[in-house]
Design a protein around this ligand. Structure first.
Ligand SMILES: [Zn+2]
Length: 450
């Protein structure tokens, strides 16, 4: 289904949504460079925010001729956007006016401070953001015959609201609303309306699966075809979470990610490989200390530039996410030529060094969810133990695990963490239901060292 007046790269193939998915590498590079140049010229001409900061840094668009020249453009940090919205509400520098009325808004979840408001014109929302979303839904096989439910409370959270709008307007599926439903009612409705595709955060979908077991609903037999996760690390970054979802729902699991400020530009294909929509964004992986590019394929912090978004173009936006790297030359059996994204480690501030070892949320989560005796829920903290740092991991036993076996579960978790990280961590086994349940981004780590 086409939205009126919107240019889309709709369904080029029963398997691929966009021609970009099959573009030869050299052609993609040429496209990216051209779009970067256009975006930089556009921001210079239309945004006093960018013009002022670039002039102050001694950069002018006429000097931009190669990918290397991008390094002369100052970074944009989330905190600057937040401050500018406080000074000039509601959108601050996020909005470049003159592209038509604001048709949609999104808000960041505010996990790292006050929420940031993100405006879209209709063209940028349906033509760019949702065109990005259509790729991961299409790759997951979602089509007009599907009944899709996006399990969230209808907050302006672009990751899930975007999937909702895209499934309804671009793909043409029947989308089942349910913003105010609690988990029990949600499960009943999923069964009643024969939902075939379920979208949500991994934590919340795992919670619903556990609840289904309690309520005697067998999720494997109700006709679900695909699960899509977003908003937290999914199977792309924490494979054991993907396996748990697969087992609980008895269907294939897909994962997508990005940033609220830019786009959901990373998503998995049927081969469980993360791909980047490189025609929509330009990604740089940088050394977190020097902010210089790392070697190809190496881990670092992710910096993103919007190539098409015109309402609020993010240019050299420092996402604050640590990633495992990007493999440009990976030849995916799915046939897509888009680079391979190797997974998220977590927010930069959440990755800590203890006894010389980097400990990330994704790393801990992958261990916990790989152990059968653990429930899906866990938390961990870094604390001071005299002069040294210590990590305390709290887990809950899986349902039905007798209390007599909790001490051996504790030993098993301690041993598996030691094998994975080569350091000792303290493990507490809590009574089931002690830790909070999250519908959106779960907060798993607390740094209590200072
Ligand atoms: Zn692939």
């Amino acid at each position: 289904m086409r939205m009126p007046g919107i240019q889309q790269t709709t369904k080029v193939h029963s398997k691929y949504w966009s021609v970009a998915e099959l573009m030869p590498k050299r052609e993609m590079k040429r496209l990216q460079l051209g779009r970067l140049r256009e975006q930089i010229d556009y921001a210079w001409e239309n945004s006093s925010f960018y013009r002022d900061r670039w002039s102050a840094a001694g950069f002018s668009p006429s000097e931009f001729n190669s990918f290397d020249d991008l390094r002369r453009i100052p970074f944009l940090e989330k905190d600057e956007i937040r401050k500018s919205q406080e000074q000039d509400p509601p959108y601050g520098m996020m909005r470049i006016p003159g592209r038509g009325p604001i048709n949609r808004i999104a808000m960041t979840s505010g996990t790292t401070g006050k929420a940031v408001l993100i405006p879209f014109t209709e063209e940028d929302y349906f033509g760019v953001f949702c065109d990005g979303a259509a790729r991961y839904l299409w790759a997951a096989g979602v089509n007009e015959n599907d009944v899709v439910h996006v399990a969230f409370g209808f907050m302006p959270f672009a990751g899930l609201a975007g999937a909702y709008d895209t499934a309804e307007h671009l793909i043409g599926s029947l989308v089942l609303p349910g913003g105010a439903w609690d988990s029990d009612l949600r499960l009943k409705m999923i069964e009643k309306f024969h939902v075939t595709v379920l979208v949500g955060t991994p934590s919340y979908l795992l919670h619903m699966a556990a609840l289904a077991v309690e309520n005697g609903i067998d999720l494997k037999t109700i006709g679900l075809r695909a699960i899509l996760t977003a908003g937290e690390n999914g199977m792309m970054s924490v494979p054991s979470t993907g396996r748990r979802l697969e087992e609980a729902y008895g269907c294939k699991v897909f994962d997508y990610a990005g940033t609220q400020e830019t786009n959901n530009f990373i998503w998995t294909c049927e081969e469980e490989v993360g791909h980047i929509s490189e025609d929509l964004v330009y990604c740089e992986v940088l050394d977190p200390e020097t902010l210089e590019p790392v070697l190809p394929g190496e881990p670092g912090t992710l910096c993103v530039t919007d190539l098409l978004q015109k309402t609020h173009p993010m240019i050299r936006f420092l996402t604050g996410d640590m990633v495992n790297g990007i493999d440009e030359n990976y030849e995916c059996p799915c046939g897509r030529t888009l680079s391979r994204f190797k997974g998220f480690q977590g927010r930069m501030g959440d990755i800590i060094k203890v006894k010389g070892v980097c400990v990330s949320v994704a790393g801990i989560e992958n261990v916990i969810r790989g152990i059968d005796g653990c429930s899906d829920n866990y938390e961990y903290q870094a604390v001071k133990d005299g002069e040294k740092d210590k990590i305390i991991v709290q887990v809950e036993p899986a349902k039905g695990l007798r209390q007599a076996r909790w001490p051996s579960l504790r030993t098993k978790v301690e041993r598996t963490l030691r094998e994975a990280f080569m350091i000792n961590m303290e493990v507490d086994v809590l009574h089931p239901g002690t830790l909070p349940i999250y519908e959106l981004k779960a907060r798993r780590f607390r740094d209590l060292r200072s």
